[in-house]
Write a protein that binds this ligand. Structure first.
Ligand SMILES: [Zn+2]
Length: 235
């Protein structure tokens, strides 16, 4: 293989690694957002559960107040009943007492329903709190892992950039410029193998002349379709 091709292949190996690292870094913010979004969902679930419990408690207090008001009325009516000397009024007050007593019984039934509902809401709230706690631990671990990954990638990038500078200096500037241009344009590779007459970059069949030149292996040779440098690989 031509020494220039070999040098470009070694350089390309570092460039491909750097490209992978840069793509990985770009994905990190989205991964961080995804981790935080999990927390937002569980936080909202707990907030909603707490709100439902509070609303239920307010409704219960309201019922208790209504019950107490009626009980006070019943006491007042019974005193009036005790004090009256008129039989008709006595009877009328007795009916009122009955009416309020029935209302108290109905309200107490409603209160019981809300108490049972409250038990369920309490269980839901406890489950939501436990789920949030578990998610918090998971998310913290995930975010710590992402921070570590970012640090690792930065260190690797610095290392590979250093290696790359040294390797790039071994190519004549004109060739390096060509190589850089092709790598940048194609995104994945500037030097690719030619196998069975097919370019390893664009996967198109190249001309017979191109194959012949690669076989001789005396000069640098580009794929006529994509422009990448090709070298014969018959393995
Ligand atoms: Zn090609």
């Amino acid at each position: 293989m031509l020494p220039e091709l070999e040098k470009m292949l070694i350089l390309q190996d570092k460039d491909q690694h750097l490209r992978k690292l840069r793509l990985e870094v770009k994905k990190l913010p989205a991964e961080e957002e995804r981790a935080k979004a999990k927390l937002a969902g569980d936080t909202e679930a707990l907030r909603a559960a707490k709100e439902a419990t509070q609303l239920n408690e307010v409704a219960m207090k309201n019922l208790q107040l209504q019950i107490q008001t009626r009980r006070d009325t019943i006491v007042r009516l019974k005193i009036q009943q005790f004090e009256t000397r008129k039989n008709e009024e006595y009877q009328a007050l007795g009916h009122e007492v009955e009416r309020y007593t029935a209302e108290v019984a109905r309200l107490e039934d409603d209160e019981l329903v809300l108490m049972e509902k409250g038990e369920g809401l309490k269980a839901t709230q406890e489950a939501a709190a436990a789920a949030l706690k578990a998610t918090e631990t998971l998310v913290q671990d995930e975010l710590a892992r992402l921070v570590e990954r970012r640090t690792n990638i930065a260190a690797q990038t610095a290392e590979f950039e250093g290696l790359r500078t040294g390797l790039a200096a071994k190519l004549v500037p004109e060739l390096l410029e060509q190589y850089d241009r092709i790598f940048k344009n194609r995104g994945d590779a500037a030097v690719v193998p030619l196998r069975h007459g097919v370019c390893g970059g664009c996967h198109m069949k190249v001309t017979a002349g191109c194959v012949a030149t690669a076989k001789v292996g005396k000069i640098l040779n580009n794929c006529p379709n994509c422009g990448r440098y090709v070298y014969l690989d018959e393995s």
